[in-house]
Design a protein around this ligand. Structure first.
Ligand code: TEU
Length: 585
């Protein structure tokens, strides 16, 4: 007989302290692609402000803006040249303050993107630093002498490969030294070892907090501390000089974040979410346990990296559902037991669209898949982050339509390496490409998807006439209407936010099922069951719960919008169907 789980007996779960930044629904906005009000083809802050009613209607409480600061845009604003100045493409500082006020007047909040592992090479700090070896700002960045090879040739200080290809070291002709950059050469890393650098960052944070910002999403914040000996990486790519060598979570990362907390965060009622690539759940606890006074939550990468090809990390191999489930389970359980907190996301500006990545974007399944993923996302423990959703762009678009430097550089590197069948590989790269998430928002069926009256900076998605926000709002059965319903429902059933998570049927390759258990304000214990069919076939699922009266369960949500009953201890789901029940145990 299959093993069963008794959740009512196991209900001695830890009850997290409630907070606005836990229950608030966050929407990430990619400013360039949201809404253009000036006809330049690039989205702007007044455009974002004009869509507050849209966000409010959806059920959004908190808006996170990807970078809107002055930038030469080598990496779409993740290369900032002035932390205190809004880039003129997006508007003015006054526009941003007006957006803060408009959001606040609706009871909403605004997070800014704090990109302080690196600056732009055009930041005044870097310009000063590279002006001479004796400039007082020289040490604000990381400089090293060249290694001289056997034939007198110049070799970088170590063999680390940068995130966007090439060496992590860029030669500076003017001063005869290399500087360090984990991303592009146009994104030199700040030297966090220098207390003046840290002080300057904290000042920037206070500058925006004092003007009405409500917190920060912190870009690659676990990369700020480096092993300052910069040891060579072991060879994992034989025959090449450059190797993947950088390890995140350097020796002083927690010390720096605790200092940031003391200097800035603890003085405000603010929200902090760190982007922490390469971090497992145990390490995440060090960042997010409240008593450690670092961050409130962090974006993990394991689930968005499921199935990545070991050699080419920009393409995805087939992966079993159990691999994905195991990752979600380990995070849910570890955060709960260790007293950390989750930042839940399945999409952002760096990831392909979730429907294409995790379910099925074929026309007959995209709507069902979208609702299935929404139901999963909205029934996990943590703070929910959502993003303007669609499916991937067609992989038949030519390479020029992919604007992102990551994709462009990667394809170039593949060609240089002489990888066979680059064409086929390119299509696989497109399926994972960040640009899938960066196309302009499809607002309606008018030219340029209602995004801009000018030529959009990036091609709009081909299907905008059918799939756009207006059509979705008008249709009570649309994916957007489903999200709207779920964003509200999650608040009405708070155990879905704070409750305990128990995965069922760990080895099932078709079904992702779990329970959530919590205590309401009256002290009553509530139990929920979620069953998600990740296949394109009907599945009859035996619910492995040790409970007499499963048949009394009330259906809270079915993604097909129909009645699906539990018969004794079984439920039959159609393709990509998901259900949420409240159990009466
Ligand atoms: O991303 C960090 C990061 O880990 C990415 O390199 C990610 O792994 C990759 O893009 C997946 O394909 C942050 C920002 O979110 C990203 O947009 C920036 O390019 C990057 O930092 C540098 O600031």
């Amino acid at each position: 007989m299959a093993q069963t789980t008794n959740i009512s007996a196991a209900s001695s779960f830890i009850k997290p302290v409630k907070a606005w930044w836990k229950s608030g629904n966050v929407m990430q906005i990619y400013p360039s692609s949201y809404k253009d009000t000036t006809g330049t083809g690039t989205g702007d802050i007044p455009g974002i402000q004009s869509k507050i009613p849209y966000m409010k209607d959806l059920g959004i409480d908190i808006v996170w803006l990807s970078p809107i600061f002055e930038s030469p845009l080598y990496d779409m604003g993740y290369d900032i040249s002035d932390y205190r100045q809004v880039d003129p493409r997006y508007g003015t500082n006054d526009d941003l303050l007006s957006l803060f006020s408009a959001l606040h007047s609706q009871g909403m909040k605004c997070l800014l993107d704090l990109v302080v592992n690196h600056t732009s090479h055009q930041h005044a700090w870097f310009k000063e630093a590279r002006s001479s070896r004796t400039n007082p700002k020289r040490d604000w960045y990381i400089w090293r002498d060249a290694v001289i090879g056997p034939n007198g040739e110049r070799i970088p200080p170590n063999n680390w490969k940068a995130a966007f290809e090439g060496s992590c070291w860029e030669w500076d002709e003017g001063t005869g030294q290399y500087y360090f950059h984990l991303f592009l050469a146009e994104q030199p890393d700040l030297n966090w070892e220098n207390p003046d650098v840290r002080g300057a960052i904290y000042e920037v944070m206070r500058f925006w907090m004092d003007q009405g910002c409500d917190g920060f999403r912190m870009d690659v914040i676990n990369l700020i501390s480096k092993n300052t000996t910069f040891p060579d990486a072991p060879i994992t790519d034989p025959g090449q000089f450059l190797q993947n060598g950088f390890s995140p979570n350097g020796p002083r990362v927690h010390e720096f974040l605790q200092e940031m907390h003391r200097e800035v965060c603890e003085h405000y009622d603010m929200m902090t979410v760190g982007e922490v690539p390469g971090t497992g759940p145990q390490e995440m606890l060090l960042f997010t346990r409240p008593e450690r006074k670092e961050l409130q939550m962090g974006f993990t990468f394991e689930h968005v990296e499921v199935g990545l090809n070991a050699m080419h990390r920009k393409v995805v191999d087939p992966w079993p559902l159990t691999a994905f489930k195991t990752i979600i389970n380990s995070w849910q359980v570890t955060m709960e037991q260790g007293g950390g907190w989750h930042a839940l996301y399945i999409e952002n500006h760096d990831q392909p669209r979730s429907i294409s990545r995790y379910a099925n974007d074929a026309p007959e399944w995209r709507e069902k898949s979208g609702k299935l993923l929404a139901l999963m996302h909205m029934t996990l423990c943590g703070t929910v982050y959502i993003y303007q959703g669609m499916v991937n762009v067609p992989n038949t678009w030519p390479l020029e339509e992919f604007k992102d430097v990551e994709t462009q550089n990667f394809i170039k590197a593949l060609k240089e390496r002489g990888v066979p069948d680059v064409e086929a590989m390119q299509k696989r790269v497109f399926a994972k490409a960040r640009d899938n998430a960066r196309v302009p928002m499809s607002w309606d069926a008018s030219p340029n998807a209602g995004f801009s009256t000018g030529k959009p900076w990036m091609r709009v998605n081909d299907d905008y006439k059918e799939y756009n926000a207006k059509n979705q709002m008008d249709d009570p059965k649309s994916v957007r209407s489903f999200w709207k319903m779920m964003l509200k429902l999650r608040k009405e059933h708070e155990s879905l936010i704070y409750g305990s998570f128990t995965m069922l049927s760990n080895d099932d390759e078709r079904i992702f099922a779990y329970t959530r258990s919590g205590v309401d304000d009256n002290g009553t214990t509530l139990h929920y069951l979620v069953v998600l069919n990740f296949t394109d076939q009907p599945v009859t699922y035996h619910i492995p719960l040790d409970a007499e009266n499963l048949g009394n369960a009330s259906l809270v949500v079915d993604t097909y919008g129909e009645e699906v009953a539990i018969l004794k201890d079984q439920v039959t789901l159609r393709a990509y169907e998901g259900v949420l029940y409240q159990l009466w145990l």
